[in-house]
Design a protein around this ligand. Structure first.
Ligand SMILES: Nc1ncnc2c1ncn2[C@@H]1O[C@H](COP(=O)(O)OP(=O)(O)O)[C@@H](O)[C@H]1O
Ligand SMILES: [Mg+2]
Length: 347
């Protein structure tokens, strides 16, 4: 039997989601084929062997009695394959993938480059543009000390104050706008703004999470998501839809508002669905995707398809879009996790 290390938790703002994802994936994995060890990383970055018969993270039980893993790299080398069910910073951004590369252990999902490209919204946009994928209008700025640097599409830079840069952005993009930290997830640090005062405040807010800030034109749209699976030959799911109960799909509507829901197979013109599926594969390939990703799109009233983002380790809980879309397309949790592990070995 192959030994699998199932890693979850982690130091990002998406720690809690990762715990639920990890425990769910662990449950799905075929125990006839694989010997699974659960490993929990706490918010400080300390690694523990997690035995669910003794501890319940979801109930917030004390983890003091868990023994930290000593000699981490030696311990990790005892596994045949690693499944990092980590979302966000230090888990989905290429950093932990770099550690697995150094240790020469196969792991599930995107490699260093694909993970970091997809995690950074600004750089993902540059690649998507190169791949001919349509996107909403956007601008890119960077905070430096108490100044803001405007970076044009050819990487020319100019320094401004917060007031000046807000005025400049106002000339370039229409309200409402979405202000986003370039490295973010679960909508954390993202604000929708409808005037220059709000724009200024939200730039400062986003800068708390990342020096690189993306400002996008907000559009009225349907939110559609598509799951991909594979390294070379890609399996693509049907297209699902997000029905957000709030003004936009922010953290609370994602995880707390019970009126938000998802549709596994969106009601779409088959031609549009087909285009979205093709674009999902293109997006995945363009960031050097491996294993899995969920590719998110916007569809406006004129049937324009815009790519929003690609998530290389999408939410993977019992109610998450990624496993649901795959299930809808005939691949259940057990076959999905088996396939993902096989794809890791193939690389
Ligand atoms: N340009 C936009 N126009 C309209 N809604 C948007 C736009 N950008 C983001 N949103 C809304 O904000 C949510 C979070 O933005 P997203 O870029 O997906 O960040 P995250 O990586 O945190 O999921 C989206 O799911 C969508 O509801
Ligand atoms: Mg999103």
């Amino acid at each position: 039997m192959k030994k699998i290390a199932m890693i979850f938790g982690g130091q990002s703002t998406e720690h809690d989601v990762s715990v639920v994802s990890g425990l769910y994936i662990s449950k799905c994995i075929d125990k006839q084929k694989y010997d699974v060890t659960n490993i929990y990383i706490d918010q400080k970055g300390i690694w523990y062997i997690y035995d669910s018969s003794n501890y319940n993270i979801e109930l917030g039980e004390q983890l003091d009695s868990l023994k930290p893993i000593t000699c981490l790299t030696d311990y990790l080398k005892t596994f045949d394959c690693i499944f990092p069910a980590l979302h966000g910073l230090y888990g989905e951004d290429g950093t932990i993938q770099g550690l697995f590369e150094l240790l020469k252990i196969p792991y599930v999902g995107c490699k260093v480059l694909g993970s970091s490209l997809a995690m950074d919204k600004v750089y993902a946009k540059i690649i998507f543009n190169q791949a001919g994928l349509k996107q909403v209008n956007y601008e890119y700025i960077r905070k430096h000390n108490d100044k803001y640097i405007y970076i044009d599409k050819n990487f020319n830079e100019a320094e401004y104050s917060l007031t000046e840069i807000s005025k400049l952005i106002e000339k370039k993009i229409k309200f409402p706008m979405f202000v986003k930290p370039s490295n973010s997830g679960s909508s954390i640090g993202i604000t929708k703004v409808s005037n220059i005062k709000e724009l200024q405040a939200s730039i400062e807010e986003a800068a708390k999470y990342d020096k690189k800030i993306l400002i996008e034109e907000g559009i009225e749209m349907r939110e559609l998501e598509c799951a991909v699976l594979g390294n070379e030959d890609i399996i693509v799911s049907c297209v699902g839809e997000i029905m957000s109960a709030d003004d936009f799909y922010d953290y609370d509507s994602k995880y707390k508002n019970a009126s938000s829901y998802t549709v596994n197979h969106a009601d779409l013109d088959p031609k549009i669905e087909d285009k979205i599926k093709k674009q999902a594969i293109k997006a995945f390939k363009s960031v050097d995707g491996k294993g899995l990703s969920r590719v998110d799109f916007f569809l406006d009233k004129e049937n324009n398809i815009y790519i929003n983002e690609i998530n290389t380790m999408p939410g993977f809980t019992g109610i998450s879009m990624y496993p649901k879309l795959m299930e809808e397309s005939g691949i259940d949790g057990k076959s999905l996790t088996t396939k993902l592990i096989e794809l890791a070995f193939e690389e």
